[in-house]
Design a protein around this ligand. Structure first.
Ligand SMILES: [Zn+2]
Length: 182
C-alpha cells in the first residue's frame, strides 16, 4: 500500500486542516502517474474522488480509478481510501500510533511525525509521481471552532483574514509525500 502524506505550517489560531471531501460533494484529487510495468509517464493529469467505483476488467473487483497504459496497454488501476482525517497543528500529539504501526508507518524509520496520511492507495500498475493540490478544496478549523475555506497557491501557501477575531489566518509550506506501508 502507498500512503499520501501532507504537512504544513499552520498559524497559531489554526487547529487543523482537512480536505473538504464528503459523499454529497466529493473532492477531486489530481495526480500524475507513471506505469510501473513499462516505466512510461502517463501523458495527462488524472483525477478521481474517493466515492467513485469502477469495475476492473474481468468484473471480479472494483477500483477507484482505472486506466489502460497507452504505451504497454496494461490495465492498471488504483483503489484509494481516506485514512487519517486531518492534519493537526500539533500533529505528533494527535497521531494514532497504534494504527500507524499496524500499517507499517513507523515514524522512526521515515520522517512522518509532522505529516498526516490522508489517503491509502492500493496502486496496481501506477506509481504516483506528483500530487497536484492547488485545485483541491480544503477547510481550516480555527481554535475558535470557526471553519474557513482554504485553497493553496502554487507555493503551498494560503492567507486569509478572520473577521470575528480580527486576525490573520494562514498556512504555509504545504508539502506532501508518498510513502510505502502495509
Ligand atoms: Zn505501461
Amino acid at each position: 500500500m502507498l500512503y499520501l502524506f501532507i504537512s504544513a505550517e499552520l498559524s497559531e489560531n489554526v487547529k487543523k486542516l482537512y480536505v473538504d471531501d464528503t459523499e454529497v460533494s466529493p473532492a477531486e484529487y489530481s495526480f500524475k502517474l507513471k506505469c510501473t510495468k513499462c516505466g512510461e509517464d502517463a501523458e495527462k493529469v488524472i483525477n478521481f474522488n474517493l466515492f467513485e467505483k469502477h469495475e476492473i476488467q474481468g468484473g471480479k473487483s472494483e477500483a477507484t480509478f482505472t486506466m489502460k497504459c497507452k504505451f504497454c496497454e496494461s490495465d492498471n488501476n488504483i483503489m484509494a481510501n481516506a485514512f487519517e482525517p486531518c492534519l493537526f497543528a500539533q500533529q505528533e500529539e494527535h497521531s494514532d500510533n497504534d494504527k500507524r504501526k499496524k500499517y507499517g508507518l513507523n515514524g522512526n524509520k521515515i520522517d512522518i511525525n509532522n505529516f498526516a496520511a490522508i489517503m491509502q492507495l492500493d496502486s496496481r500498475g501506477w506509481e504516483i509521481i506528483d500530487f497536484l493540490y492547488t485545485a483541491l478544496p480544503f477547510k481550516a478549523e480555527l481554535n475558535s471552532g470557526k471553519i474557513m475555506d482554504c485553497q493553496f497557491e502554487d507555493d503551498g501557501s494560503w492567507y486569509d483574514y478572520d473577521d470575528d477575531s480580527s486576525e490573520e489566518v494562514y498556512i504555509t509550506d504545504f508539502n506532501y509525500k508518498i510513502e510505502k506501508g502495509k
